[in-house]
Design a protein around this ligand. Sequence first.
Ligand code: DAH
Length: 339
Amino acid sequence: MIDTLKQHITEVEKFSADNLEDIETFRIKYLGKKGLLTHFFSEFKNVSNDQKKEFGQTINLLKTSATDKVNSLKAALEDNTKQKASGRDLTRPGEPLELGARHPISVVKNQIIEIFSRIGFNVSEGPEIEDDWHNFTALNLPEYHPARDMQDTFFIQTDPDILLRTHTSSVQVRYMENNKPPIRTISPGRVYRNEAISARSHCFFHQVEGLYIDKDVSFADLKQTLQFFTTELFGKSKIRLRPSYFPFTEPSAEVDVYWGLETETDYRITKGTGWLEIMGCGMVDPNVLENCGIDSEEYSGFAFGMGIDRIAMLQHQISDIRLLSENDVRFLAQFKSSF
Ligand code: DAH
């Protein structure tokens, strides 16, 4: 009989219910007037004397566990109804956390910063609303210089001295004015040009400028740095420098990276040549150094500037530059896995 009692105790402990009827049926079964406990108590007199003590203890245990069970189930049920009445269901699973996505431009920018930081370049920034001095004059583009036409400029209302910077080269000037060589800095940022908006060009885009000023910096250093960069960013180490012209560098060059001609896309983006133009560069013109308070007899340096929207478009096969600034979540959500 004691064993049967023990079995009931286990059963009571396991029992669970989430509605009043089931709890009541359970209560009646054990604690009701004609319930099991009444039955076992009436059996007490038939138990042999040496077992009476244990039987008594076990039956009491069954009584307390059944009573406790009924009380705790009722309390839980009440709690639950209260929560529901309060409009809060604490058992509901949480809302899934939406993972954000980094913009493809930020991704390339961070990659470039990371690559140059490995060879000692820091990051500097300047204002997007610039004055004529920092955007043009200090960079060896005095008023009426024909090269100013190369960059259709947005001016701020009627003041011809204030404009939206047309390139991040303006940050070079600010950095040199405020820091002494050796200088190794890259300046990422947004730039503006008054151009017709199409799939291939926009009135604003993003550049990264690079500047290295020290004693005895040579063109060979420039070439080596750029080759390191293209190898790290694109996995392509073959580059060529074509002579070019920028007012702020002398000599100046345009940098092409050998992209290859393996796929149809390669043919399209390189116009069948295999070469892709990625940036302008050169040795900083001594006039620019002097304009920024650096002795051009003592120091020399190189600079480069590249557009990064096009690089992001290449990386992700984006065919229309406008997608980058439309903020369409269907577009942006595709970059969730990018770092
Ligand atoms: N500022 C130039 C542009 O926007 C790019 C550039 C070319 C920057 C040569 C440089 C450079 O620093 O040396 O087209």
